[in-house]
Design a protein around this ligand. Sequence first.
Ligand SMILES: [Zn+2]
Length: 212
Amino acid sequence: MLHGDDGQPKDVSECYCGCIEESKPLLNKIVVLDPGHGGIYTGAINYGFRESDINLSVALKLRKKLARLGATVIMTRKRDVSLAPAGSTLDADLQARVDVAKTSDADIFVSLHVDDVPNINLLGPTSYFPKGRSSGLAYAIQTSLVNGIICTVDNGVSPADFYVLVHNDMPAALIELGYLSNPSEALCLMDNTYQNLIANSILNGIINYFLC
Ligand SMILES: [Zn+2]
């Protein structure tokens, strides 16, 4: 996490964009952003909100911020669509996301999701890395999210065998941004300002991963 003079987490995108226009710390970095679900695969639905919409909205914000700092950003989807043709299996949709990453020569793959569980009291982000491989990217993003959101719960970093993690060769992380099952957090996750806060935090995590 980068900090300003007042000790508070620094909004790196604003700084580099507003003060040091020519500074592009992520130049030559290729980032694949994977907004989870989409189209017929909505992911979780709670309180009238759809996970796929939150994932996409945060990813589009993050894409802009990454691009401002020089990164080349490749999105697995930019609209509310599934990636595999109609009638395909879920695995085909997930493999299509992996294929995007594999053909892009990317440095990192970041998949965005939102959790949904029966216990409506759970809240906060959780980050996952591919089982048996480096936790560095997930750890950098999780740390930055917890520092950035401030009033939240740190659910930590865990290994996982999610399809898009284990079928990718590059450093990868799957981020559960929060819990759609928690009524308060669900409202936050749909909020434009909160989505920007999350996107800025993930941006800081990615910068720290590459530069620290
Ligand atoms: Zn999901």
